[in-house]
Design a protein around this ligand. Sequence first.
Ligand SMILES: Cc1ncc(COP(=O)(O)O)c(C=O)c1O
Length: 486
Amino acid sequence: MPAHSSTKLAAPRRLLAAFNCRRYPSFRSAFVTVAPSRAPSRLDLFSRHLAPKPPFLELNTPFSTERSARLVDDQGNIIKPRSPPEPKATPKTAIEAEPPAKMSNQAPHPALLIPGPIEFDDAVLQSMSHYSESHVGQPFVNTFSEVLTNLRKLFLSTDPAAQPFVISGSGTLGWDQVAANLAEPGDQVLVLHTGYFADSFADCFETYGVKATQLKAPIGDRPQLDEIEAALKENKYKIMTVTHVDTSTGVLSEIKALSELVHRVSPETLVVVDGVCSVGSEEIRFDEWKLDVVLTASQKGIGCPAGLSILMVSGRAIERFKARKTRPTSYFGSWKNWLPIMQNYEARKASYFATPSPQLIHALDTALKNILARPVDQYWAAHTATSQKVKKAVADFGLKQLASKPENQANGMTAIYLPEGIAPPDVIPSLLKKGVIFAGGLHKEIASKYIRFGHMGVSVTDPNRPDITKAIEALKESLTEVGYKA
Ligand SMILES: Cc1ncc(COP(=O)(O)O)c(C=O)c1O
């Protein structure tokens, strides 16, 4: 008899085992001789707090892992992945199955073509193996200064009153910085909604006691200028936010026209652009378009590993921040703390508020120098050309995009509806076997119906990389394997 058998348990442990077997059926296999009683025991009454509860917080990613997520259709039924065809020989791992062409000096790996993080250039990765140096030593401060100067170039900003910020964190920290520094509790903001990321930005504002009103468009579309004009005339908003490229839908917003509208109809309203999935891959002219904030992250169009929150802030927004009546509602994210640091760094003066990551700053320095080695509009043009190629291949193969109108379509990614009856788990593992990683759907309402193909950075700009062509072929083959005929 196994040592843990119920007959060997002392009375209190037996009681606990009985309780656990009822509460957690998997427990039963370890205590096979304990029979669950039918009537609720006194223990049940005492220990309700131990009962399994729904999760404290729902995960806000409906399709969080591309390969293992359980998918639910419109009626709430679980969609099972199709069974893969019988393997002819011993199955191999993805990398063994098709060794990717040597695309760099990095270890062989499938091409990461999700809408961020993206593939990295060798030189960017090598910059991260920089020896350790003091974060207040002159060599590092000089590098930080160059990074800030180059960010001005990336954003095409020459206004000395504008200020770039680079802070350890991800894109989300940009939302926190905007909400904590540019809005005060009780303020009203207008959030233009083109998908998942607007919901999250609105939620971030609410966290800081700021009232966020969302103006929503049908999936795959964006709010129209006349609707936005009406909303701006109806209410006084401190800030209007727009997701330049909504990574959940691949919808592109028209930043120049939006900013013109705000400056005409509601000139006091600050124009804040979530450029996490657009900086680098989409045209942005910070000064010329009179933007107040563009917030982004390191890991997408800029082509640097994740870990940096990057912002470009206008002189007008800095003045608005300085005129606050209340303290910023964040400590780490407060510009009271960071503004002097950024100004000092740029002036090559050592300064400290919180320790930056020297290795990531070196990587960002290299990534920016790579982009700025040619006029930035050439970098955008490379993304536009690749995007056209991907979108044509998708259409030629009889597939549709979430963003149905050409003017709504992002240049750094494509969100593709799968044919009827095919779900992401039917194709994503097969794409992986062919050496390509795509992302599943992210928009809650249709997550099981589409996949996302990211085409940004070195996969687009390095002519020696086969990533994009290979991905298009892999997508066609994977869909054909599960029975789709174009
Ligand atoms: C448009 C957009 N905004 C914000 C974020 C949040 O950025 P992060 O995941 O780096 O925090 C993302 C992430 O993908 C995004 O795509």
